[in-house]
Design a binder for this molecule. Structure first.
Ligand code: PLP
Length: 401
């Protein structure tokens, strides 16, 4: 049976949900509390202040919403836009596809800019659209920073530069679900109006909290946006922020204490060190893939993702079998290929609370599985390439120096 316990720890290498640090698990192992007592607002106040640091914003207003990334998308859209509004949205993989589906179901006029899966957002087409839009009919640009299905990271600084060049007032709405707190992300510097993430990704918490951050311009847009919203209405949050009680409804106490512990761990390591660690993990994974003689689904280096690598398998191999075998034989969880790339790629998630030796365990497992499914691989080739790079580049653990 697939679902019985395996020996040792499951090697969880899907690109979210990710491993939860022991410190976070311990912090969450507690009773419920009255969220109207003075303690919970005091805790919430520190969280709202500190969470801004992972977005790199001082002017943004964060919302901690009991939801997932999908709900965070809806919160971003419905608070800032009205039905019929023209938005430009990039389709580059399964998650951008799902977001576009939500945008269409919410009745926006979605101008879809599609790229081949494995490529980044087509910014040349964006430039054409901005240049042609003299009357500013485009109300928002929606972009997934890191497309988790293909391992493609988009260049948000370039998007901002284009908007500025054409002095275009469109809002910039960014899905940072598999990037924020792992990849370089600068909400204020890149003029992002709404940025969002989910707790089960780089923050390494259980699923269940959508974290959305709105710029002053987005809050202004919310005053006239006509999309129907109730549960996700930022206004309800802002009312309770003013009262100092913070919560329009009952928050998960355990998740709040978990978020406190997660942020403390991130700040102890240092956000820049966390980002540098993800760079090493991404690079080491790509070196292994290259040594195996396999291709990265991401077509150009400029789009390489440091949180997830989608590995293309040869046509005679079904990547789903690789993922199944990982689970059945090695107690390891790899990411499936989704939709257009189903059967063609498997994904190695290297996001969140994870270190280099853990990744090496995953790479060793992948090598054995590749051999299992008949791929001609020299065992140790990828692990060796990753080790050669890591051994030269892993710094001392910041808190132990
Ligand atoms: N956006 C991206 C980039 C994702 O990777 C995911 C999930 O993996 C989502 C959105 C949807 O998030 P959730 O499953 O938490 O609703």
């Amino acid at each position: 049976m697939d679902y019985v316990n395996g020996p040792g720890r499951n090697h969880l290498f899907v690109p979210g949900p990710v491993n939860i640090p022991d410190q976070v698990i311990r912090a969450m192992n507690r009773n419920n509390e009255d969220h109207r007592s003075p303690a919970v607002p005091a805790l919430t106040k520190t969280l709202l202040e500190d969470v801004k640091k992972i977005f790199k914003t001082t002017s943004g207003t964060p919302f901690l919403i009991p939801t997932t990334g999908t709900g965070a998308w809806e919160s971003a859209l419905t608070n800032t836009l009205s039905p019929g509004d023209r938005i430009v949205s990039f389709l580059i993989g399964q998650f951008s596809l799902l977001w576009i589906d939500q945008q269409q179901r919410l009745k926006f006029n979605v101008d879809v800019v599609e790229s081949e899966w494995g490529q980044g957002a087509n910014l040349e087409i964006l430039e054409e659209k901005l240049a042609a839009d003299r009357s500013h009919t485009i109300k928002a640009i929606c972009i997934v920073h890191n497309e988790t299905a293909t391992g493609v990271t988009n260049n948000l600084a370039k998007v901002r530069k284009l908007l500025d060049e054409y002095q275009h007032p469109a809002l910039l709405l960014v899905d940072g679900v598999s990037s924020i707190c792992a990849l370089d992300f600068r909400m204020d510097e890149w003029g992002i109006d709404v940025a969002l993430t989910g707790s089960q990704k780089a923050l390494s918490l259980p699923t269940g909290m959508g974290i959305v951050c709105a710029s002053p311009k987005a809050l202004e847009a919310a005053k006239t946006a006509k999309s129907l919203r109730v549960f996700f209405d930022w206004n309800d949050y802002l009312t309770f922020y003013k009262l100092g009680t913070f919560w329009p409804y009952t928050p998960s106490i355990q998740l709040l204490y978990g978020l406190r512990a997660a942020l403390d761990l991130i700040f102890e390591e240092g956000l820049e060190n966390v980002i540098a660690r993800h760079k090493r993990l991404g690079k080491a994974t790509r070196l292994a893939v290259e040594a195996w003689g396999l291709k990265n689904c991401t077509q150009k280096e400029e789009w390489y993702s440091d949180t997830v690598t989608a590995v293309v398998v040869p046509p005679h191999i079904d990547s789903t079998q690789i993922v199944r075998r990982a689970w059945k034989r090695y107690n390891m969880s790899l990411g499936l290929g989704l939709n257009k790339v189903a059967g063609k790629v498997f994904r190695i998630g290297h996001i969140g609370h994870l270190n280099e030796c853990q990744l090496l365990g995953c790479l060793a497992g992948v090598e054995m599985i590749l051999k299992d499914v008949g791929y001609p691989i020299k065992l140790g080739s990828g692990v060796g390439a990753a080790c050669a790079y890591l051994q030269n580049n892993i710094p001392l653990i910041p808190s132990r120096i």
